[in-house]
Design a protein around this ligand. Structure first.
Ligand code: DC
Length: 235
């Protein structure tokens, strides 16, 4: 079943540090679309597993937890780069961004039954609304593979490390460049080699290298591309 008959969707995939979150949020704002950060969903489930002291190897129990996940993704306060995430009525916006959660997401993201449930939830979230920008790793290839407007963001490894470093330091995290580089290298590897829903550019996605572009330039390019698609100027 296609969810895109009613909903216009822009999919934005890419590796960590490619600038997806900031850009996706701003594109959604400019288009008047809802913004869905699917990484926040995998992070929230990971936090829940950690809070409950569950074993990451217990895939069935984690899939059950995913079925009962009560998540709300709310617009951020003005000026904040990330959205607000409520889980079971509790604000977990900051708790899902810790190093521990970041390092543990891979255990949850590789479970096929978990991905199936979260993909279903992601489709349901935008079903029937007029427009959505959905950001993640498998949005153009799996979640919304019928979308007419797909973008794959990338940037050089050094640039992505610099961006992550600046972001973490701005949030008061005392990390070294080497730690950030090692973390990104590992995340690239696990994201790209996952058996289900790996990070991959969809064949029909537009590739945008953001290494030498400002956030404003990237947003403008995507908005222009999306408008061309809507007007039928692009195949
Ligand atoms: O975008 P992010 O860094 O907040 O995502 C956190 C992790 O969640 C990422 O390392 C891989 C996983 N993820 C995923 O497997 N599929 C998605 N659609 C989004 C994120």
């Amino acid at each position: 079943m296609s969810f895109l008959k009613k909903t216009k969707a822009i999919t934005i995939d890419g590796p960590a540090g490619s600038g997806k979150s900031t850009v996706s949020r701003l594109v959604a704002e400019k288009m008047g679309y809802v913004y869905v950060d699917t990484g926040a969903m995998y992070r929230a489930l990971t936090l829940k597993v950690m809070d409950k002291n569950m074993d990451f190897a217990d895939e069935d129990a984690i899939a059950d937890l995913a079925s009962g996940l009560m998540l709300e993704l709310l617009p951020s306060c003005k000026g904040s780069a990330t959205i607000r995430v409520m889980m079971d009525g509790r604000d977990v916006s900051e708790a899902i961004r810790t190093m521990e959660v970041t390092q543990n997401v891979k255990h949850v993201a590789k479970i096929a039954s978990v991905r199936k449930k979260l993909v279903h939830l992601q489709r349901k979230m935008i079903d029937g609304i007029s427009g959505a920008v959905m950001e993640g790793r498998d949005i153009g290839t799996v979640v919304l593979k019928d979308a007419a407007c797909k973008v794959y963001l990338d940037a050089s490894f050094d640039e992505r490390v610099d961006r992550r470093l600046a972001e973490l330091r701005a949030n008061g995290r005392p990390v070294t460049r080497l730690e950030v580089a090692n973390d990104l290298k590992q995340r690239d590897h696990t994201d790209k080699t996952r058996k289900v829903g790996p990070l991959k550019k969809a064949d029909d996605a537009v590739l945008l290298d953001t290494s030498d572009l400002s956030v404003t330039q990237v947003v403008e390019k995507i908005v222009n591309y999306a408008k061309d698609v809507i007007r039928g100027k692009r195949p």
